[in-house]
Design a protein around this ligand. Structure first.
Ligand code: NI
Length: 175
């Protein structure tokens, strides 16, 4: 039995649901429409700008995005063209209190299905492109922490003291 839609909650890092490869949706059902609506409610409640179904423990290729220019509900989204690159500091509702610089394509072209099963393409750049790529990462079990530099990782582990010690060692002449 699947979890009732009313009980769906945003999973956080450490939950294995965030690390699976999401399944492609073969047939769009009323349940998918309900899930997408629930996702939108949760995203707005939490002041997010994007959400992917695996974040609710649903292992299917569904994402939503709203960067202020309207809500996109995308089923089976695929990037078919990428252009340029841009680094942006990203957060994630599933990785609380963490911001990591992520390098992504600046402009993308997406192929997906809408909730009425129409094939659509979406051209996105800047923030919209960044958020769509972030959500597509969720469908592959990838999180922002996977982009963390060595220094970011140390910070995440709360090992700032280690960095300080290393710097102290470097600044002292070897005798
Ligand atoms: Ni996220």
């Amino acid at each position: 039995m699947s979890t009732p839609i009313t009980e769906l909650k945003i999973r956080t890092i450490g939950d294995p649901a965030l690390r699976r490869n999401a399944r492609e949706v073969k047939q769009i059902t009323p349940r998918h429409k309900e899930i997408l609506s629930k996702m939108a409610r949760l995203m707005y409640e939490r002041k997010g700008i994007g959400l992917a179904a695996p974040q609710l423990g649903i292992n299917e290729c569904l994402i939503i995005v709203d960067v202020g220019s309207g809500l996109y509900k995308l089923i089976n989204p695929k990037i078919i063209k990428k252009e340029g690159c841009r680094v942006m500091e990203e957060g994630c509702l599933s990785v609380p209190d963490t911001y990591i610089k992520v390098k992504r394509a600046k402009k993308i072209l997406i192929k997906a299905k809408d909730i009425d099963c129409n094939s659509i393409t979406v051209e996105a750049d800047e923030l919209l492109a960044c958020v769509i790529q972030h959500e597509i990462d969720h469908l592959k079990g990838k999180l922002i922490v996977d982009y963390a530099s060595f220094l970011d990782k140390l910070k995440l582990l709360g090992k700032k003291s280690l960095i300080n010690k290393k710097n102290a060692r470097l600044s002292k002449p070897k005798i």
